[in-house]
Design a protein around this ligand. Structure first.
Ligand code: G1P
Length: 293
């Protein structure tokens, strides 16, 4: 199975990051000088993706503009001698072939993925959630999933074991081991209560799906929170076709709430080739100052 296309649902309101997200989409918040969404696109591209379908809302034009070429700005920057910056905006526009689809109503993740149907057509595709950064210096997390999909010839999801309190925020999985870090999925449910949970293995932010999911989504009624849940559609898929979960190697960063955004920003500032040393020094001095207080 060759996976060339990816869907990035990014139409959400970003309520937890208001007021910043009143005009700036939460996916466009920066980590140092690059928006969160660009890190996600770069993971997709590093995993072999060539075409990206971004699911947006009509108020979120900033995302489209970020990935569209801007020859005028490029020229202006070049004239000013800002070559590096000019290259940086060109780089974002040439990462992949982009299409943008507006999700008219916020009807859930399943509905957002369904909006990409025409652009995806009849081929397997990846889904990367717009505010989850998955970091692995070696093999990108999406590539780990694509490898499993190619090996087992079926859809795959990223998973990780989470605490009893956390599982209610995710999709919970009933699984059995196939090999190290890869499990066969037997069942799943969205945001389970403690009584409903199937295990503490949660689906996290990355999927490789086969096109049958669109037919299933068409028939999927609203579920948890009265939203069309991708989990409900995948539940049907995993019951009649093999589906695997990959306990991925790498770190997951949530950027959709202030606390996680702050810690993610600090970690990425420390990793940044230009700003890393300065940030480290700043933190050490700040820590001394706080310690002496
Ligand atoms: C979504 C999915 C959920 C999944 C989670 C992973 O939930 O609905 O199944 O486990 O992403 O990050 P959300 O975080 O949008 O509530």
């Amino acid at each position: 199975m060759h996976i060339r296309k990816a869907v990035i649902p990014a139409a959400g309101l970003g309520t937890r990051m208001l007021p910043a997200t009143k005009t700036v989409p939460k996916e466009m918040l920066p980590l140092v000088n690059k928006p969160v969404l660009q890190f996600i696109v770069e993971e997709a591209v590093a995993s072999g993706i060539e075409e990206i379908v971004l699911i947006t809302s009509s108020e979120k034009k900033a995302m489209d503009n970020h990935f569209l070429p801007d020859p005028e700005l490029y020229e202006r920057l070049m004239k000013k001698g800002a070559m590096r910056e000019a290259e940086a905006i060109e780089h974002a526009a040439h990462l992949a072939k982009f299409s943008f689809v507006v999700q008219k109503q916020q009807r859930g993740l399943g509905d957002a993925v369904y909006c990409a149907r025409e652009h995806i057509g009849d081929e397997p595709f990846a889904v990367l959630l717009g505010d989850d950064i998955m970091y692995n210096e070696g093999k990108p997390v999406l590539r780990q999933l694509i490898d499993a999909t190619e090996k087992y010839g079926c859809a795959s999801v990223a998973c990780r074991e989470v605490s009893d309190e956390s599982i209610a925020k995710y999709s919970s999985l009933a699984i059995s081991p196939l090999e190290e870090r890869v499990y066969e999925i037997h069942d799943m449910n969205e945001k389970p209560t403690p009584e409903e949970k199937l295990s503490n293995h949660a689906i996290l932010g990355r999927y490789v799906l086969t096109p049958e999911i669109f037919e299933i989504l068409e028939q999927t009624p609203p579920g948890r929170n009265d939203e069309i849940q991708l989990t409900d559609a995948m539940r049907v898929l995993c019951r009649h076709k093999r589906m695997v979960a990959v306990d991925f190697e790498g770190r997951r960063y949530d950027t959709g709430n202030p606390r996680d955004y702050i810690s993610t920003f600090i970690d990425f500032a420390l990793k940044d080739p230009d700003m890393g040393d300065w940030t480290r020094q700043f933190i050490i001095e700040k820590a001394k100052e706080l310690w002496d207080r």
